[in-house]
Design a protein around this ligand. Structure first.
Ligand code: TXD
Length: 312
């Protein structure tokens, strides 16, 4: 069994540690954060829930990044700053790129064989930063966004049709933002495409709610953003790696010609197992689907160009 390190013990990181501890797929989970006492306190609280969850997972917390990541099989990166008053988008990008680069240098030094799962926003851009800072092969640097966006789409489809969410599978590709691309032709209820079950306007409405899914929760919460579904989505990716499951998931990976793109981290279907990505699955898309993906890729590329100008 393996060690999983979660960098950033905020809402997503701590919830992820709890989900992992309850599932028991990792023997050890380490929470790392810069706030003194906080990762230790949350880790102890989570560990004290283990007796009730039939789990022997050892959960600990630390402020020491290098010690925290040492020997980890999987490192999930959730650390980052939220935008503060007076900070513009580029300031925030610079700060988060610094945080991610710093953590990834520690991963490179202390956990050179790890699979990295990025969560920090802007997701596609930070996946690019992580890839560059670690120098890892692209198979071992994955971004979590598509699993969450697809889980949201699945939820809305099940709610609309009044069917079990367990029967619904969905595919959402592209960048993690307003231009993401829900794919109704590849979204099914027990194998039946939703295009057979719902009128086009309803599908459009559910796709649109999915695209705005993060914002809908931010508007309700007033402070902070979604974390239960994001953390559980990251846990699914961690489990796919630890248990070598071979899940076909949408994930953000570096493209080298697939989908007509290169030098870009972007959400596409991949098969995930031990060692990270086994391969990218190239879907045959309609012209309309291709155009939507291209538009999303253009958006993501802008962000990556910005971060390149910052990193030099
Ligand atoms: O789909 C997705 N990828 C996302 C991404 C879904 C939900 C959240 N998404 C993004 O994840 C979000 O926009 C943030 O960039 C991250 C984490 O979200 P969370 O809601 O957990 O943010 P918090 O609660 O503010 O937690 C961030 C923690 C906080 O405790 C900081 O003290 C810590 O990060 N932090 C650090 N930890 C370690 N090392 C460094 N340098 C550091 N800097 C800040």
């Amino acid at each position: 069994m393996a060690k999983v390190t979660v960098v950033g013990a905020g809402n997503v990181g701590a919830t992820l540690a709890h989900v992992l501890a309850m599932r028991g797929t990792a023997s050890e989970v380490v929470l790392v954060d810069v706030v003194e006492g906080m990762p230790q306190g949350k880790a102890l609280d989570i560990r004290e829930s283990a007796p009730l969850g039939d789990s022997d997972c050892r959960v600990t917390g630390t402020n020491d990044l290098e010690e925290g990541v040492a020997g980890a099989a999987v490192v999930v990166m959730t650390a980052g700053l939220a935008r503060k008053p007076g900070m513009d988008r580029m300031d925030l990008l610079r700060k988060n790129a610094d945080i991610v680069s710093g953590a990834m240098r520690a991963v490179k030094a202390k956990a050179p064989g790890a699979v990295v799962i990025m969560v920090t926003n802007p997701l596609d851009v930070m996946t690019f930063v992580a890839l560059r800072a670690t120098g890892f092969p692209r198979e071992r640097v994955l971004g979590m966004a598509g699993v969450l966006d697809s889980a949201r789409f699945r939820t809305f489809i099940a709610m609309e049709l009044g069917v079990s969410v367990v029967d619904v599978s969905a595919m959402v590709l592209g960048g993690h933002g307003d231009t993401m691309v829900p794919l109704p032709r590849f979204s099914t209820v027990n194998g039946v495409p939703i295009t057979e079950l719902l009128p086009a306007d309803a599908i459009e409405r559910l796709g649109d709610r999915t695209r705005k899914g993060g914002g809908e929760i931010v508007a309700l919460l007033k402070t902070g953003s979604a974390f239960y579904a994001p953390a559980t989505s990251a846990a699914q990716m961690v489990d796919a790696v630890l248990a070598d499951r071979g899940h076909l998931l949408p994930a953000c990976v570096a493209l080298e010609g697939e989908y007509g793109e290169r030098d870009l981290c972007f959400g596409v279907p991949v098969i995930v197992g031990a060692g990270g990505m086994r391969r990218i699955v190239e879907l045959r898309l309609t012209d309309q689907e291709k155009a939507m993906l291209r538009k999303s890729a253009t958006e993501v590329r802008k962000g990556i160009d910005e971060v390149k100008s910052i990193l030099g």
